[in-house]
Design a protein around this ligand. Structure first.
Ligand code: SF4
Length: 517
């Protein structure tokens, strides 16, 4: 048992639903208890789809458990086929149905339905949503694209774009952006899948010259299988950020022998981040957390394209822990691989970054800690399925990243004014940071007695709070509020290590000099 309030991913059958919903003629029969239809809302409300997901639930109830739940499943599958006549059917069990062991695969095999049926084995107690989506897509591809590749003598190179799904963070617009790049290079798109694909499209996958693995969390397994089975090379660079987009184009060019120049768009990000107004961004301490692909891409953009300092990097999907560890080594930070948001919160609290880039969970955490934040990865709420064009990938995606990440920060001039007029009613610390809620700033962590004459006994352990002299505390208040917490903690650590009972101005500056080395 694990006490859980927030989960970064849903159960694996939600991943399977994301594949079925993304596609045009696939139907999913899910053996599940009454109430599991809540998952429909993810698609109809968060993603605002105009129709119900193509999912039939058996919705068994307590009273059904004394009867034949297997017959219930078979009736549901038969009715679903008759009503929807899909090109292929997925069948599987949700967490509760997994426990009653009705074996959807065997049951449906015995029914001999007149369409391909993919029986999903999704271990709900070991795996999660992304894994479920990847496994479902892989099984569909294996089943439908097994025939040998037809003649590939295409007049121009063709590619499959693999990985975009329903409920994917900005997948809709990323695909448009990637298509634009392929078009500029003269590469034809054979199939985009699973988003918008039919079962016939999946059968046509082997006709492409190569595959683009746009979201490794979803498409990596299928791409590996297609490479093995049909000899299709895989483009693995994920074009998030200006540099990564250029690398993506270079990889395409190397694979096809096409001159990359036609697709290289300067975009706005490089100039925006070089312009003098961005100077104040240099060295901003940023904490990054999300799915591994988005977190790794964000770290590169943060350091190499915006001049931030990456102070924390982590992901919640352990399937990609190795990639995340390798990336963390590049930035000299300890990788954080966890699906426990409390551990993430602790890390953010300890590091006191000036910006958090994360998921919806980190948005809540950062709000509580009053740290600016931008969303870079699923899970996300409805506001991250925007009406406007808003990709993360390609050159336009890089423009979007720049605006989205810089927006929550206190602007350069504002930062300057806040320091100059810290006693002003409008710019004082109590007015809060910029557009964060206009509530009073959370009180500073326990200020101790301000007079050195009343210093209590020094605390024996290093973590205990020190006593601040009145002068030192006034000096501390001169430090801008968004780095004050860190200055306070560093000074207290410095004092504890030297067993200094009362922190004076000298201690403050000694600590500053010590940590600046
Ligand atoms: S079957 Fe799984 S997803 Fe459905 S309500 Fe139970 S725990 Fe949640």
């Amino acid at each position: 048992m694990q006490l859980t309030v927030w989960t970064y991913e849903g159960p694996p059958h939600v991943g399977a639903m994301r594949i079925a919903t993304a596609m045009e003629d696939v139907h999913y029969v899910l053996h599940a208890p009454q109430g599991d239809t809540y998952a429909d809302l993810l698609f109809t409300m968060i993603e605002r789809r105009g129709k119900r997901p193509p999912v039939t639930y058996t919705t068994f109830q307590a009273r059904d458990l004394g009867k034949d739940t297997a017959a219930l499943f078979q009736t549901a599958a038969r009715d679903a086929y008759a009503r929807f006549t899909p090109g292929a059917m997925l069948v599987g069990a949700s967490c509760t149905a997994e426990l009653i062991q009705d074996d959807p695969a065997g049951l449906v095999a015995a029914m001999d339905l007149p369409c391909p049926v993919v029986a999903l084995e999704l271990p709900s107690y070991q795996r999660k949503e992304n894994w479920g989506a990847a496994e479902t897509f892989y099984q569909l591809v294996r089943t439908l694209a097994a025939s040998p590749a037809p003649n590939r003598s295409n007049a121009r190179p063709t590619a499959n774009i693999l990985g975009p799904t329903a409920l994917g963070f900005r997948h809709r617009d990323d695909v448009i952006e990637v298509r634009r790049i392929l078009n500029a290079l003269g590469i034809a798109v054979n199939v985009v899948a699973p988003l918008g694909a039919t079962t016939a499209d999946i059968a046509r996958l082997p006709a492409a010259d190569f595959n683009i693995c746009l979201y490794p969390e979803i498409a990596d397994t299928a791409c590996r299988w297609l490479a093995r089975e049909h000899g299709q090379p895989v483009v693995t660079t994920v074009p998030i950020g200006h540099g990564a987009t250029r690398d993506f184009i270079a990889e395409l060019a190397a694979l096809t022998g096409i001159d990359p120049a036609g697709a290289c768009d300067p975009g706005h990000l490089p100039w925006w981040s070089r312009s003098v107004d961005s100077t104040y961004l240099t060295g901003k301490r940023v904490f990054i957390f999300g799915d591994a692909t988005h977190a790794i891409a964000a770290a590169r953009v943060a350091r190499d394209e915006l001049g931030f300092e990456v102070v924390g990097l982590g992901c919640y999907n352990r399937e990609f822990a190795r990639d995340l560890r390798a990336a963390a080594a590049l930035y000299g930070v300890t990788p954080l691989i966890t699906d426990d948001y409390l551990v993430v919160e602790e890390a953010i609290q300890a590091l006191q970054p000036e910006l958090v880039l994360g998921t919806q969970m980190e948005r809540h955490i950062a709000k509580r800690l009053r740290i600016p934040c931008a969303v870079i990865s699923a899970p996300v709420h409805v506001q991250d399925f925007p009406a406007r064009y808003s990709p993360q990938m390609g050159f336009e995606g890089a423009n979007v990243l720049f605006d989205t990440w810089v927006h929550p920060l206190v602007m350069g001039l504002e930062e300057h004014l806040l320091t100059m007029f810290r006693d002003d009613f409008e710019f004082s610390d109590m007015a809060g940071a910029s557009h964060l809620a206009p509530l009073p700033v959370a009180p500073e962590p326990a200020l101790q007695a301000v007079s050195p004459e009343v210093a209590p006994h020094p605390a024996p352990d290093a973590s205990a709070a020190r006593v601040w002299s009145a002068d030192a505390e006034r000096e501390l208040l001169k430090i801008p509020f968004f780095v004050r917490g860190k200055a306070r903690r560093n000074t207290e650590r410095f004092a504890a290590e030297r067993d200094v009972a009362t922190i004076t101005i000298d201690t403050l500056y000694d600590a500053k000099a010590h940590y600046a080395r």
